[in-house]
Design a protein around this ligand. Structure first.
Ligand code: HGY
Ligand code: MN
Ligand code: MN
Length: 440
């Protein structure tokens, strides 16, 4: 939480230090003053209850990986939120969770939501802000006495970050038919556990997974609210913006094959050290991306045998690369691969590159995007380099995204933050959008 958001000191989850007074008593935005009906927890209470789940006490970051215990706890939290509001709760064939106000079968539904899983040591906001805001916005609509003419739903898409199995947006990709069953069943985590095994252990039937066109056909619009993962709004008077597009992006695994040997006895000229080739490839990626106005990041690496006094036999580095257009992205990745191969030839190291995932450019539906911007009174419209379930679904149904200002722009880090007032402005904006779409 930033200084602007209140007098309580920032905690490591990005919000105020735990305050165990009831939210209304503590004067917290999102408390009873938000007019939540019945016993529905306020924004502040929801945030407080979700905050400890999957949080690593040492880093302060979240480790909510798909189908783990932390993920199960998040999912139970979601179910409890649905039930406490009297919403119709269901889990779909791919493990995505839904909470319905109105008849799920009626069609032309307005759906909002996001995800609750995280990257390794992720922040508190990426995903959960959209889910918590969705429940709070629904409460606000009810408090306004709004009468939706269309079903409304809140969704928690499973495995958005792909932190465990390496592929992002598995829940929405499966639903949209953009992930084949063969590929889904081939997914393994770092311990060799398959996606199917992990699902089964968490109580979900892996045999059920697959495309769900009937479900998507009943949705008229999907709007995802998300913390901004940049600083485009930071220096504007706007707490909320609307997305125009998502940059194309993908993940590539670079395998550098060398020769294990003794660090103390192997002459320099006799070495085939894949770490050297990897290190040079990291530098090349940075340079090629900078020259092209793109982004290229090696954020994950594994080394075998991973001994201090041994030259590595294998280094695996995962490249995440993104650009404004697909041609630039393809060119940058090809240049990085070429640099790796050239350097590998000099080092006696074999280089093998595998594309693990690719998401094409997303241009959000102009009419829905413009409708949101109008409903919100002319807020900024901005592109993002981050991937989202809304991007996956945009190929199938009209989707839009709203961003809540992030004062530092930091994301995928425990330092990720947003001011509490901005988050509450996001709730009101989302309620305005849902009302505008569903109550006209
Ligand atoms: O990696 C991404 O862009 C997203 O945050 N899943
Ligand atoms: Mn993310
Ligand atoms: Mn996200």
């Amino acid at each position: 939480m930033t200084a602007a958001a209140g007098s309580r000191p920032a905690g490591r989850d990005g919000w105020a230090q735990p305050d165990h007074r009831p939210a209304a008593e503590a004067g917290a935005p999102g408390g009873a003053d938000r007019g939540t009906p019945g016993t529905a927890p306020s924004f502040h209470e929801m945030w407080r209850d979700l905050a400890p789940i999957g949080r690593n006490p040492e880093s302060g970051g979240y480790r909510r990986f798909a189908w783990t215990g932390a993920d199960t706890d998040c999912r139970e939290w979601f179910k409890a939120q649905a039930e406490t509001r009297g919403l119709t709760y269901e889990t779909d064939r791919n493990g995505n969770q839904w909470a319905w106000l109105g008849d799920p079968a009626a069609g032309d539904a307005v759906v909002t939501g996001s995800h609750l899983d995280s990257v390794p040591d992720g922040g508190a906001f990426d995903g959960p802000l959209g889910v918590v805001s969705s429940f709070a916005a629904l409460d606000e609509l009810r408090a306004r006495g709004a009468r939706p003419g269309r079903p409304l739903a809140i969704v928690n898409f499973g495995d958005e970050e792909g932190a465990r199995f390496g592929l992002a947006c598995v829940g929405s990709r499966l639903t949209a038919g953009q992930l084949t069953l063969d590929k889904a069943h081939a997914l393994r985590d770092a311990d060799g556990v398959s996606l199917a095994q992990a699902m089964e252990r968490a109580g979900h039937d892996p045999e059920a997974i697959g495309a769900d066109p009937g479900r998507l056909a009943r949705i008229g619009a999907f709007v995802e609210l998300h913390v901004e993962q940049g600083r485009a709004l930071a220096d504007t008077p706007h707490a909320v913006g609307v997305a125009s597009a998502i940059w194309p992006h993908g993940r590539w695994r670079f395998d550098f094959h060398g020769e294990a040997n003794h660090a103390g006895t192997t002459r320099i000229e006799d070495r085939r050290d894949p770490m050297l080739t990897y290190a040079n490839t990291v530098l090349a990626a940075r340079k090629k991306a900078r020259l092209a106005g793109a982004l290229a990041t090696f954020g994950k690496v594994s080394v075998e045998p991973n001994g201090v006094n041994a030259i590595a036999s294998l280094v695996r580095g995962w490249l995440d690369s993104r650009a404004a257009d697909e041609e630039t992205l393809a060119a940058v990745v090809a240049e990085i691969e070429q640099a790796a191969v050239e350097r590998g030839t000099r080092d006696g190291v074999g280089v093998h590159v595998t594309r693990e995932s690719f998401t094409p450019v997303v241009e959000f539906a102009h009419d829905l995007r413009d409708e949101l911007a109008t409903l919100l009174g002319g807020v900024p419209v901005l592109p993002t380099g981050a991937g989202h379930d809304a991007g996956i679904l945009s190929g199938v149904i009209p989707t839009a995204m709203m961003f809540v200002r992030n004062p530092t722009g930091v994301s995928h880090s425990p330092a990720e933050t947003a001011a509490e007032d901005d988050c509450l402005a996001g709730v009101t904006a989302l309620a305005d959008v849902l009302e505008g779409l569903a109550c006209r």
